[in-house]
Design a binder for this molecule. Sequence first.
Ligand code: BTN
Length: 334
Amino acid sequence: MMTEDVTQRQIDILNVLRESGRNSLSFQSIAEKVRLSLQQIRPGLAELANWGYQFEYEGEDQVRLLSIPDIFFPHEIEQGLKTSTLGRNIHSFETINSTNAKAYSLAESGEPEGTLVIADRQTEGKGRLGRDWFSPGGVGIYFSLILRPKMSASGCAGISLIAALSLAETVRESPELEAMIKWPNDILVDGLKLAGILTELTTEGDNVGFVVLGCGINVNQAKGEFPEDIRNRSISLKMATGKVVNRIRLLQDFLENFEARYFHFVSHGLAPQLPLIKEYSSLLGKNISFKRHGVQLFGIARDIDPSGMLVVDTDQGELLLGSGEVTMTENYRQ
Ligand code: BTN
């Protein structure tokens, strides 16, 4: 089922109530404002209540909006969203195999830049390096953005880092956790994995065709809800703060932060944003191990270069890593 089933009539009623804030409105005044008959208001409110909206009634025909459900309704994501392109076209699903797979096929059929594909639950969520992404319903955010940057395929490698920076920034602003970027694109809190990014791209000659930027964030899971194999290295915002976090607000904050950083990156490259990426990077200065051509190597992560590569000092000299799995060999709970 898509979460696009709330009708425009219901959305109109909702917006009138939203505008009046804590003040209740009479059915008559709602009907006048949304140009419906008086008889259509009560069923409209009842349908909204079925979706999880809560109302407080005063007397026979006075009502005010009490709370909004944490469901990825496109009209709720759009509500107050301060972006020009990202999230302006939304495909929202209660359940889907993978938002990346869906976004990829939508991009192939020409959906525009900024299209957001989001799901409450994924049955085949994809992680990096062929892994699965644990995607239970109601507690996480799983979404993919279609991007069409006019740039070379090689220049586009920094997009994942820009997304990781935007996500770390979002989590640092609210709920104010010290989120770190684990190169290339994991987000850690207290050394544990909060979110991951999976970028897929097509090329047209030397240029980018489209990019699907997929992001999975652990928001309201309890520790025991994670499968055993990842339980000791995963964290959610709720685990870190002790509070339930509103998924839609977090998504909106990310879209706004990422839009500004993404367009800046497309026009000016990665270099201007590198200082902050490095400041938030959990690997720099640390002993790490990684695999290269099937061989386990060790070194010290020294820098991230302007193309987004990790610069590592090893016994054999300096190495540049473009992607792959890097493990901290000290102070890293893996
Ligand atoms: C990682 O391995 O760290 C990357 C995880 C990326 C998961 C997200 S969830 C939304 C999008 N759809 C997918 O199938 N995967 C990405």
